[in-house]
Design a protein around this ligand. Sequence first.
Ligand SMILES: [Zn+2]
Length: 276
Amino acid sequence: MHTPPLDILAIAAHRDDVEQTCGGTMLKMAQRGYRTGILDLTQGEMGTRGTAEDRAREAAEAAKILCVSWREALDIPDGRVENTWENRLKVVRVIREQRPRVVILPYWQGRHPDHYTASTLGYEACFLAGLAKLDGSAGVPPARLGQPPAAVSGRGLPAPPPGGDPSESRQDAGATPHRPYKIIYATLYYDIRPTFVVDITEQLEARFQSVMAYKSQFSDQEAGKDIFPAQAEIRARIEAMARYYGMLAGVTYAEPFLQKEVGLVDDVMAIPVKSI
Ligand SMILES: [Zn+2]
């Protein structure tokens, strides 16, 4: 069985980071027929609320809501995401297996060390994954816990092409170099002006539901109620942030991103977003 490559892979430190920063974009891309995936670097065992097992179930549920084709969590310790050679190789293996064209990383500054470290770790892994002479399997312990991927069938996804392309399959992927074409950074956790936003007006409600799928974290309860906002407050925050970024581009709701490269324009008549 050949698994086709992912079009888009979002990499983040914690389960629920993707939902909170770029879930609307992931859903929108899946709805456009792209194959999307999420790699969570940790399993959430340090969370104030719930266990890693709760998180795994909730992550699978959220993946369904976002129509994600593939999701896995690595075994990097929660709260201790370090940019080590071993951790980079774990991510390299996933990139070589899943062969994404676009990778979404967290922005490289932030409050939580796991978030900004995930950004550098992800970037360096993308680079290393393309090195022909790097043996991605060398010295890598079993990276994942063997949990079934949050396989999401149907739900707006296109059927994989019959047979797929053997050269793009997962079978020989661990060793086959692959470097993503594009890396973009989801900046929602950090106060910085994005270089572009994605209109998620149609996806906002589902994105909110994908965050709410983390019931152990976000349902109203006693444990940790001083650090976790109530549900109504979360909805208001998600909406306010999305409104703000939408306003920057003249749409209702949007998610912010940053690319390091300049934008390339072919037709100045077709540049979106009104100036005055
Ligand atoms: Zn996080």
